[in-house]
Design a protein around this ligand. Structure first.
Ligand SMILES: [Zn+2]
Length: 479
């Protein structure tokens, strides 16, 4: 892994190492003495806070409220929904002792909270008047992982998990789709990360769900990243946990529930969607610093340039722009330029004695590395507009990249060739059989990412077996 003053491994040489170098060099996260668990450093955590804010505001705007539930789940409770326990059993961490005493019943550390929350919903929901229940939890969860990678897959991670209960199947389905829409809009607007929203196959769905939907993004190395999931749980959990209510007709019935989540994995998605060989590139909406001001230390700059730089910082801050003034004299401007490029700050502002004379500053974009002279007069408006332009440009670039890395496969030979060639999405017909899906995975390592909501049906027959296909599916090698 690169040292502090080094660059990063080029993407073309080793994308995976590039990713690890960026995480470390941009000071997003670090390894810890706990295997598979990372420390999120302040710069990385600030990105998470901005993601949280953006999502939390959207959840509340769609009627949800936050609450908090226990970290531990008694073993007997976890065992109650058969498919759920089977799906999660290999990844559950157990607490068997408290102090020196063996526990009468082992406690699972939550891998997800359907079980514990379902138990509480059974107490809280009595009548149709209590519905819907629309609760979100911001929490950590633990899933014992064999192979880990910062942000993408760690044993402990941070996420939000929404858990809702409804009167009718239609309402639960509406909720599932509303959230999928929120996730897509959030990723595209805030993270500048285009996603495909669609339904997962039976074999890829959440353990215990009736239907799982996902958003899938394409990373810079052509691998897909599942960026969020929304599950319609039907009455499966309501039946396992006795979530019953008296209906409008006085008949006792089971509620319909949903659950949905996104995690710190989104930060990995941002890194791998936008970054380049100079390091991280952050979309302005989730950049801890949207602008870094670097004063050029010439002459009596501390009496002339610095006060002006501070004024500009104050004016931009006043306008709601997140600005860092890097006025330390420990490093040269050149070093600072490289360092803030590495850390992905969208816009750099240089200001020196000559700029003062001309009443201008130099602005350098991180995404295109273009420099321009901008008059101090009207600077705030110019910066605000540029930040939005960068946000849009990053999204457009990612959309173009995805289009260039998405192909159609008419037959299985072509499918296999595409999967062996340049990575990306391959769209093909699929009959709906889990066998075909498994054979495709065994042959090519590609998984069925999802069947888009806006799916086409160009192929009409399964790429593997030739049976009729009702909709095209998107395949890719995935994280
Ligand atoms: Zn088939």
């Amino acid at each position: 892994m690169a040292d502090k003053d080094e660059g990063v491994t080029p993407q073309s040489q080793d994308f995976s190492q590039w990713y690890l170098d960026v995480v470390r060099r941009a000071e997003l996260a670090d390894y810890t003495p706990v295997k598979g668990c990372m420390a999120i450093r302040p710069y990385g955590f600030r990105i998470w806070e901005l993601i949280q804010q953006g999502l939390d505001q959207r959840f509340k705007a769609t009627g949800h409220v936050n609450a908090y539930f226990p970290l531990f789940i008694p073993q007997s409770l976890l065992m109650r929904e058969a498919e759920h326990v089977e799906g999660f059993a290999p990844q559950v961490a157990w607490v068997t002792k408290g102090g020196n005493e063996e526990l009468a019943e082992p406690l699972a550390i939550r891998p997800t909270s359907e079980v514990i929350i379902g138990t509480l919903y059974a107490k809280w929901i009595k009548s149709w008047r209590d519905l819907p229940v629309l609760i979100n939890q911001w929490a950590n969860v633990v899933r014992w992982e064999k192979v880990t990678r910062p942000f993408l897959r760690t044993t402990e991670f941070l996420w939000q998990e929404g858990h809702t209960a409804h009167e009718t199947a239609e309402q639960a389905q509406d909720e599932t789709m509303t959230i999928l829409g929120v996730y897509k809009e959030f990723c595209e607007t805030e993270l500048a990360m285009p996603v495909i929203d669609g339904q997962k196959s039976e074999s890829e769905k959440f353990a215990g769900a009736s239907r799982t939907y996902s958003i899938e993004a394409l990373m810079g190395d052509g691998r897909a990243l599942q960026a969020g999931t929304s599950h319609n749980l039907g009455q499966n959990f309501a039946k396992a946990f006795d979530i019953q209510f008296q209906g409008r007709d006085k008949v006792l019935r089971h509620a319909f529930t949903t659950s949905w989540g996104v995690s710190t994995r989104l930060i990995g998605g941002v890194i791998m969607t936008h970054g380049d060989d100079r390091g991280l590139i952050l979309p302005p909406r989730v950049a801890p610093y949207q602008v870094v001001i670097v004063p050029i230390p010439r002459g009596n700059w501390q009496e002339t340039v610095l006060p002006r730089a501070k004024e500009l910082q104050a004016a931009l801050t006043q306008a709601g722009v997140r600005v860092l003034l890097d006025d330390s004299d420990a490093n040269t401007p050149g070093w600072k330029f490289a360092e803030w490029e590495m850390r992905g700050v969208p816009l750099r502002m240089e200001i020196g004695p000559k700029d003062l004379e001309k009443s201008q500053v130099v602005l350098a974009r991180r995404d295109t590395r273009e420099k321009s002279m901008v008059p101090m007069d009207g600077l705030t408006e110019c910066v605000t507009a540029l930040l939005q332009e960068i946000q849009n440009a990053l999204f457009d670039r990612a959309v173009t990249f995805r289009a260039e890395h998405t192909s159609q496969a008419d037959d299985y030979e072509q499918f296999k060739q595409l999967m062996e060639g340049r990575p990306g999405f391959v769209i093909a017909g699929w009959c709906g059989s889990a066998d075909c899906e498994a054979l495709i995975k065994a042959d090519t390592q590609a998984t069925l990412r999802n069947i888009p909501l806006a799916s086409t049906n160009l192929h009409r027959q399964c790429v593997k077996c030739g049976e009729p296909s009702a909709a095209d599916a998107w395949f890719a090698k995935a994280y």
